[in-house]
Design a protein around this ligand. Structure first.
Ligand code: MN
Length: 717
């Protein structure tokens, strides 16, 4: 007695068990433990759904059982079957993923969980690109290909029982089936599921066209029966005569493919169905070619119609010999000739990999099996034809992309590792440049948050906001990176122009001149000498520190006044702290407002402000032409970093106490270093933020008043 049969014999009597009995009877390809697990999943699911009914009035569990039965037909493994039986448990009952994992293992729990997540993704727009992206998103969310197979089976059973739904809902689900699920089944090579999904989708989306087509087809089938029977018997006896064992069958085209052919090629129904299709399945590859010889001797082959898909498989791995013959009275006959293995692959595609093979160890993960399927496809393709399809399937199954929704339901495809900022730039460069925050599934998140498949991402923008240079460190898309860099460069350029204009203006004033009074020719001449396009470019050069304002100013003097050396500097240039990127504050001496300062023009970096007492000035003094006299403007309104050193007696919590004291003086600490001098003393070096010299003094005074502090001072470079 088979393992399934032994469980069957123990099952209670009663009509309500008919479904599960049918399912278990299908499982003769599984071992006893596996059949037991399936039965356990059934009982667990039946209990969880107890009292729930389908729209049709049947107990809810009939649906999961039917889904499992579809997968059993594809001879899927017991984990897929268990997951099918439990697939609506998380959604519809109080049981969670952990509850399933503890009873049925992580694999089953993962599949059930992922199927539930797929159900939450909503397909909104009908645009073709959107459908394509949505299919890819489903595959990406699924990760384990068995999730997709369970989902396809779920959809198939829902389509089979769609009749009970309201017409609008039927049409919507049918449309989604045709747009999303049938193409996935096709892509994975699961022919049987694809054909049924398409016919059901067609039937509910276009009920009238379906009816007309079905009626006409039935009529023609009646006429055809005679012909088909005649051809079948002729072929059968010819093969028997040649000593070939074969399964010969007539083949009906499915309605949806006929409908599509009529639409796409503008043909009439009779043109399409008046072709008779037959399939011959044999044991081995060389038998296929022998059969070919037999049928070609029987009926004359149509020139140019023979295709050897055994030697050169189709893109989804399909293998077969195709030939078209002139049958009795010249009617066209299409023949497909293939082996049992090829037939199985043609019908079940990727699912063929979960075929239970006794004696084989089952250590391979589902993912590895999907890979194996792909590898087999690749192997088949080596003979020549396009690898494009495989490439796309490979990307679908092992995606390096994430698919996320905009708040309006549009899908964005981004490289794996993309963040909210990448998303913002993918929506629009302007959105990226002005983004200040993000929400994922309606929850606020930091901008550097990585995105995951299926999330809905919303970007919050603010007028006047600017890209943050630090974004470059975490964005992964070229578009975001280029946009941020470009923006910063532009910003830098406009800052440089502004600064250069001020510096040149000041230098000209020192010579009792202004830019409007400079002669056109003089300006043209100077720009030409410097190889610059226009005045703005000259300003930028000065602002960036590539050109020196006083020298340029002197060049712009009328010739008569050139170089008489009677300049009368009106005083230093004022620094307001708002100049932007081209005025920076030296990190050796950390100048703050009210300090006496000097400006050093550093090529490419603009103006660097130092304290006059800075030790580095000694070196710089060797290039006096690079020095600009600067001074602080009154009432500078921003914070500046400054370094202070505090010598303390070692005591528990002294660092915290000093830090609290600094905070008490309303100063932020940016950084702190602790160096122990000896057992009793330590030196703390803080980098803090102050608004200027008075604020700094207040901070130092505050620290000085602490008993554990020996000495406190500003660090001098
Ligand atoms: Mn379901």
């Amino acid at each position: 007695m088979s393992s399934a049969a032994s469980i069957l014999s123990r099952l209670p009597r009663g009509k309500q068990y008919a479904d599960i009995k049918d399912l278990l009877a299908q499982l003769d390809y599984l071992g006893e433990e596996q059949v037991n697990a399936v039965y356990e999943a059934y009982r667990f699911g039946a209990e969880a759904h107890e009292g729930q009914k389908r729209l049709s009035g049947e107990p809810y569990i009939t649906h999961p059982v039917a889904v499992a039965a579809i997968l059993a037909e594809l001879r899927m493994d017991h984990q897929s079957l268990c997951a099918a039986l439990l697939h609506d448990v998380i959604e519809d009952t109080g049981i969670d993923k952990a509850g399933i994992a503890s009873r049925f293992g992580d694999d089953v729990a993962e599949i059930v969980d992922a199927v539930s997540k797929l159900d939450q993704l909503k397909f909104k727009s009908r645009a073709e690109a959107q459908a394509e992206s949505f299919r890819k998103m489903l595959l990406a969310v699924a990760r384990d290909i068995r999730v997709i197979l369970v989902k396809l089976a779920d959809r198939l059973h829902n389509m089979r029982t769609l009749e009970v739904m309201a017409p609008e809902k039927r049409a919507r689900i049918a449309r989604e089936t045709l747009d999303i699920y049938a193409p996935i089944a096709n892509r994975l090579g699961i022919h049987a599921v694809r054909v049924e999904l398409e016919d059901l989708g067609f039937r509910y989306l276009y009920p009238n066209r379906y009816k007309v087509l079905e009626r006409n087809l039935k009529k023609s089938v009646g006429n055809r029966r005679q012909v088909v029977r005649k051809i079948l018997s002729t072929v059968d006896s010819a093969l028997a005569e040649a000593g070939i064992d074969a399964r010969v069958s007539g083949r009906e085209k499915h309605l949806y493919s006929i409908y599509q052919k009529m639409r796409r090629k503008g043909r009439s129904l009779s043109e399409i169905v008046d072709v008779y299709g037959f399939r011959i399945v044999v044991d081995r590859v060389d038998t296929c070619y022998r059969v070919l010889g037999v049928v070609h001797r029987l009926y004359k082959p149509m020139p140019g119609r023979f295709k050897d898909y055994i030697a050169i498989p189709r893109m989804n791995g399909y293998q077969s010999l195709h030939t078209t013959l002139f049958g009795p009275n010249g009617i066209p006959i299409e023949m497909q000739i293939r082996t049992e293995d090829m037939d199985t692959l043609a019908e079940t595609g990727v699912a063929s990999h979960w075929f239970y093979k006794s004696g084989e160890k089952s250590g391979a993960t589902a993912h590895a099996q999907a890979r194996e399927w792909l590898d087999r496809m690749v192997e088949m393709q080596k003979t020549g034809s396009s690898e494009e399809f495989l490439e796309s399937v490979r990307i679908d199954l092992f995606p390096d992309k994430v698919y996320v929704f905009t708040p309006k339901g549009e899908i964005k495809r981004l490289p794996r590792g993309s963040t909210a900022v990448d998303f913002a730039y993918a929506v629009h460069t302007g959105v990226g440049n002005r983004c200040v925050g993000a929400k994922i599934d309606r929850r606020p998140v930091p901008l550097h948050t990585m995105l995951h498949n299926g999330q809905t991402v919303e970007i919050i923008t603010a007028r006047g906001a600017r890209p943050n240079p630090s974004w470059v460190n975490f964005v992964v898309t070229a578009k975001a990176r280029a946009a941020i860099r470009g923006y910063l460069k532009k910003l830098r350029h406009s800052d440089a122009v502004k600064l250069g204009k001020r510096m040149l203006g000041k230098a000209l004033t020192d010579l009792s001149l202004n830019i409007r009074k400079v002669s056109r020719n003089k300006l043209k001449e100077t720009l030409a000498e410097l190889n610059l396009e226009n005045l703005e470019a000259l300003y930028a050069e000065i602002g960036l520190g590539h050109q020196l304002a006083p020298l340029i100013a002197r060049r712009l003097l009328p010739d008569s006044e050139d170089g008489d050396g009677t300049t009368d500097p009106l005083g230093p240039m004022a620094i307001a702290g708002t100049e932007g990127m081209l005025v920076t504050y030296a990190k050796c001496c950390y100048p703050v407002p009210k300090d006496t300062i000097m400006g050093y023009l550093s090529a490419g970096r603009g103006l660097v402000v130092h304290r006059e007492t800075c030790g580095n000035l000694v070196d710089y003094r060797k290039q006096p032409d690079k020095w600009i006299a600067v001074e602080w403007e009154e009432g500078v309104q921003r914070e500046f970093p400054v370094e202070i050193r505090v010598d303390v007696i070692n005591r528990m919590g002294v660092l915290a106490a000093v830090s609290a004291n600094i905070a008490g003086s309303k100063s932020n600490i940016e950084n702190v270093q602790v160096v122990e001098r000896d057992g009793d003393h330590s030196t703390l070096t803080f980098l803090i933020q102050v608004t200027g010299d008075e604020h700094l003094r207040a901070v130092l005074d505050g620290i000085r008043s602490m008993t554990e502090v020996l000495r406190v001072q500003r660090v001098c470079a």
